[in-house]
Design a protein around this ligand. Structure first.
Ligand code: PHE
Length: 447
């Protein structure tokens, strides 16, 4: 296959921004904090940190490397690389399950992106000013109970995503994240400061970092691994697709390290911002998906300058959600475009409409369809659980196994710029620790 069949990132920075734009999103702030709260805190956080390092890093590097070699959409990349290495074309199924996962995730991601948009507006009009915990909680329950409002905001979010993808301005958005991502970090730091001032920071620290290992079970470990995949955008072919635009000059391991550190730091800051507010107001950490939408408005509604800070925060959160959502739509669109006769615009519209319809089912599960259950889970929980705990780990496992056992070792060593000694260590991680880790977690989590 001709290399460099399509364009490359203009610079390393452009690539880091795009990868970080995909990684940093609702997963870091909304999902990380609610999963941490729901899973009992520190044990979850520590397992998540271990998963990010021991499993996330090698899989991220493997996905990029495969993408850089394949230069195509994830399905064709896997099929062709497998064929050229004398392996079965069945490896393409990794690409297929990745694209499927991206499609499923975007459907509910857009619903939450809609919440973030709604809260941006709420901040502008001062809905949260001076409200107490009960009032803020009631506002959130009202939102969940109102399918029309949820539908409007879910639709608005999807329209934004499609508008950006169709107009091809994703690069501009990535450039903007150069300013907006640090701004998000600054706002999180302000919130952490607010948490320190609340007097409950110590409790939050204990909750997040002092584990009660007794509370650790297979379910928590699987949830933590799922979170690691979700937050790093792994197991979806997304990083693979990005890798296909990657120049030979980019050092994969150090770039992966940068992206992971940034992504993890933002998640931890979000936790340190949110849990003091939870404890200071006697709220429940295991509130579920509404956690940040109850705690943060409460803080913004009661702090000096809260209106403007709240507005900025939800705007930035929406922005981070948009850059991630675009990266979720991309593999679906790319696949449709390359495998059907649809044009770019046609493929974008068809994918977006399909995602939107599934998103409607997800948002109805918060109200009129709350009793519609799959395997005991409502539609929203089912989509989230099935993707993060099953599809992503299995796809990621496929990618790392393919890297470790099908690609040429010496070539990989040169590509990773490692000496023999470091490469042995790296291989230990990539060949044994990561795949076995995924398998063990997966099996214990399911039993
Ligand atoms: N990583 C993104 C986040 O944390 C979500 C995402 C998942 C984006 C998968 C792309 C692919 O919000």
């Amino acid at each position: 296959m001709a290399k460099l069949a399509h364009a490359q990132w203009s610079s390393k920075m452009g690539f880091v921004l795009a990868a970080a734009g995909s990684a940093v999103g609702l997963g870091n702030i909304w999902r990380f904090s609610y999963m941490t709260g729901e899973s009992g805190g520190a044990a979850f956080v520590l397992v998540y940190l271990a998963c990010v390092t021991l499993v996330g890093l090698p899989i991220l590097v493997a996905e990029w490397m495969i993408g850089r070699r394949g230069q195509k959409n994830p399905i064709n990349t896997m099929a062709e690389l497998a064929a050229s290495h004398g392996r079965s074309r069945a490896w393409a199924s990794i690409g297929i399950s990745g694209v499927l996962a991206a499609f499923l995730i975007l459907s509910f991601y857009s619903v939450i992106g809609g919440w973030s948009l709604n809260y941006t507006l709420g901040s502008v009009i001062g809905t949260f000013s001076g409200q107490d915990a009960d009032a803020v909680g009631a506002l959130f329950s009202d939102l969940l109970g109102n399918p029309t409002t949820l539908l409007i905001w879910h639709t608005a979010f999807m329209v934004l995503v499609v508008g950006i993808v169709a107009r091809g301005v994703t690069k501009g958005l990535e450039a903007a994240s150069r300013i907006l991502m640090p701004a998000l970090v600054v706002l999180l730091l302000i919130l952490v400061g607010y948490g320190v001032a609340s007097g409950y920071f110590g409790e939050a620290l204990t909750f997040m970092f002092s584990p009660d290992w007794g509370a650790l079970d297979g379910g928590v470990v699987l949830a933590a691994m799922g979170q690691a995949f979700f937050t790093l955008s792994l197991g979806m072919g997304i990083m693979m697709a990005y890798g296909s635009y990657l120049g030979e000059d980019v050092n994969l391991i150090s770039t992966a390290r940068t992206v992971i550190i940034l992504d993890t730091a933002i998640a931890l800051l979000a936790g340190l911002a949110i849990f003091p507010i939870v404890f200071a107001n006697g709220l429940s950490a295991s509130e579920g998906p509404g956690l940040i939408f109850i705690t943060l408005p409460l803080a913004f509604g009661n702090m000096a300058g809260g209106t403007i800070l709240g507005l900025m925060f939800f705007l930035l959160l929406t922005f981070a959600a948009l850059t991630s959502a675009i990266s979720l739509l991309e593999p679906v669109v790319e696949t449709l475009e390359e495998r059907t006769s649809l044009s770019r615009i046609g493929a974008t519209l068809v994918s977006a409409i399909a995602v939107w319809v599934l998103g409607v089912a997800a948002l109805l599960s918060f109200n009129v369809w709350s009793e519609v259950l799959f395997f005991g889970l409502n539609i929203f929980d089912f989509l989230d659980t099935f993707t993060s705990k099953i599809l992503l780990p299995l796809t990621g496992l496929g990618a790392i196994v393919f890297y470790a056992f099908c690609l040429d070792k010496e070539e990989a060593r040169k590509e990773l710029r490692l000496d023999i000694y470091d490469f042995t260590l790296w291989n230990l991680l990539a060949k044994y620790v990561a795949p076995l880790g995924v398998i063990v977690v997966f099996l214990t989590g399911l039993i």
